[in-house]
Every structure is written in C-alpha cells, then in structure tokens.
Design a binder for this molecule. Structure first.
Ligand code: HEM
Length: 282
C-alpha cells in the first residue's frame, strides 16, 4: 500500500561495502502471501492489464499446467483461509488463475535436465523487466544483466540453493529500488526516458522507495519452486519520520559501485539531491 511505512525487516540496504547478498530468511507459511486493503484494486489492475496486453503479463510453456495446478490449490486455500473468495475462470491456465487471486506476481520455476527454468509467469508488476525476454530461461541466464552477480553471490550458488530448497523450509528475501514512478508496473523503457533535475526537497517529494518482498517455496507433488514477488512502496518524503531508515538508505545509495549504480539507474539518477535530503533528516 502506498502511504504505509514498509516493514523495516524488508529494508535490506545500507551494509557497507556493497555486495549482492542472498539474504534468505526462513518464511512462516502463515505469512506466505500478503493480503491488504488493496487486494481488490490490485487484482482489478491485473485483470485490466490482462485484457489490454495479455502477452506482457502472462506466459506459460507447455507442460507447466500440473505444477500450476498444485500452486493454484495452495494459493486459493491461503486466500480462502483469509475469508476471501476470488472469482476464477476455468478456461485460464492454473498459474494465471492463482496470480489473479493475489497481489503477488508468481513465477514458476521447474527443474529440467539439471537446471531450473522459468516455465510460467503471471507478472503484472515487474521492476524494469519483460516476462517474454526471460520465459524459458534458466536462473543464470535470467540474471545475466545483473553486474557482479556471479562475483558476489558465487557462480552456481542460486541454482544450488534451489536444488537444496526443502518443501518444509520456505524462504524469503527482499530487494530495493528508488524510482520516480509511483505505479505498480515499471517497464524497462522507463529507464531511458529523459529526466529532469531536482532540488533535494523536490527529490524527496517525487521519489519513492520500492521494495520487492520475494518468497521461495517448493511444492511436493510436482517438485516445482514458486517465486513470488510483492511490491511495497513508500514516498521518500515519509522517511522524514524515520531518521534511522533515511540514514541507512543514504548509506545504501552512496555505497553503490559505479556498475551497479548504472544498473540501478533510477536509484542513482537523482543520488545527489536525494543524498542531500536524506542526510538532512537523519
Ligand atoms: C535465491 C533466489 C534469487 C536471488 C538470490 C536473486 C538475486 C537477484 C539479484 C541480486 C538481482 C539484482 C537486482 C536487485 O536486487 O536490485 C536480481 C534481479 C533479477 N532477478 Fe533474481 N534472484 C533470485 C531468484 C530469482 C528468480 C526465481 C527469478 C525468476 C524469474 C528472478 C528474476 C530476476 C529478474 C528478472 C531480475 C532483473 C534482471 C534484469 O535486470 O534483467 N530472480 N535477482
């Protein structure tokens, strides 16, 4: 929800020196998915996107239906456990039905020929990536544009984690971005639009902290792994009331090495006024 402070345990920035981290923590399945007051509105937005640009928000490889059905059953049971009843369309792929029932995006990973592949995705609210470009790819290829990924995490570490992930030990992690785009859906094309200069106060008003809470859960029957992504957003200006978070965010931005700063383009684009403002409130 915009306007609500993002839970501080989701805020992973600020440890120096910078390096990408797995940052995985055990997940309590009672909090697997997050349902808040925007449940109906976010699902309506997903449905609207599906009607206007279906190929951008859902894709599936043949053979992914079984794992999709196992996931759909778990997702619907979770939602119904919260006293809610999402309407579903029997003609749709089960992973799409699951995706339309919750606020999270759902990415289905399946193990084939010794590697983990993205075999289906319900992706309405990406942070600067296209589903079509990643569909059918394995984990390392999906992460190819990320500078220092192998260097920091270790080559093969993420696939090895998937191999070892246990059905009874789901995990979660988080990442973060600063953006001037308040919407839920961030297209990669937003990276290349012209941008204006801002004063520190303008930057605080215009920019948003965007955090992805990501969960990883393995399913027993089909042995698939579901990666969920839930977007949290908060205006930077609201950090005036959270000086410790403002200080950590400033450290996180100031500590980005040049190649990562270029990759996290919207985060570093207004670094100068943003850092000045964050330091002034922390
Ligand atoms: C333990 C599991 C995983 C780890 C540690 C991990 C780590 C990362 C990291 C460090 C980044 C850089 C962006 C940032 O954090 O700001 C990233 C980006 C990304 N990750 Fe993952 N990831 C994991 C699983 C997945 C899975 C299962 C998918 C499935 C689709 C995925 C899709 C992506 C995409 C699309 C990007 C953006 C890549 C781009 O810029 O083209 N990740 N990931």
């Amino acid at each position: 929800m915009v306007g609500q402070p993002i839970p501080t345990e989701y805020l992973t920035f600020g440890s120096r020196p910078f390096r990408w981290r797995m940052g995985l923590r055990p997940l309590d399945l009672a909090t697997w998915l997050e349902i808040d007051d925007d449940w109906a509105a976010d699902r309506a937005e997903k449905r609207r996107l599906l009607e206007s640009r279906p190929d951008d928000v859902f894709a599936a490889r043949p053979g992914s239906e079984q794992a999709g059905a196992e996931i759909e059953a778990a997702v619907l049971a979770f939602v119904r456990g919260h006293g809610l009843e999402p309407e579903t369309d029997e003609d749709e792929h089960p992973l799409l039905r699951a995706g339309l029932a919750v606020q999270e995006d759902l990415l289905l990973m399946e193990h084939r020929d010794g590697a983990w592949y993205l075999t289906a995705g319900s992706l309405s609210f990406p942070t600067n990536w296209h589903l079509g470009e990643k569909m059918g790819q394995e984990l390392d290829a999906i992460h190819a544009p990320v500078p220092r990924y192998d260097q920091d995490l270790g080559a093969g570490t993420v696939p090895a984690f998937f191999d070892r992930l246990r059905v009874d030990r789901p995990m979660w992690r988080a990442n973060w971005t600063v953006t001037d785009e308040p919407g839920l859906r961030l297209e990669p094309e937003l990276k290349i639009r012209p941008h204006r200069s801002m004063s520190p106060d303008e930057a605080a008003q215009a920019l948003h902290l965007r955090v992805e809470r990501q969960t990883l859960r393995r399913f027993p029957r089909t042995d698939a792994v579901l990666f969920t992504v839930r977007i949290h957003r908060q205006s930077v200006a609201a950090l005036a009331d959270q000086p410790e978070v403002a200080a950590r965010l400033a450290d996180g931005i100031a500590g980005l090495p040049p190649d990562v700063a270029t990759y996290k383009d919207s985060t570093s684009r207004w670094a100068e006024p943003l850092l000045a403002w964050l330091r002034s409130v922390s």
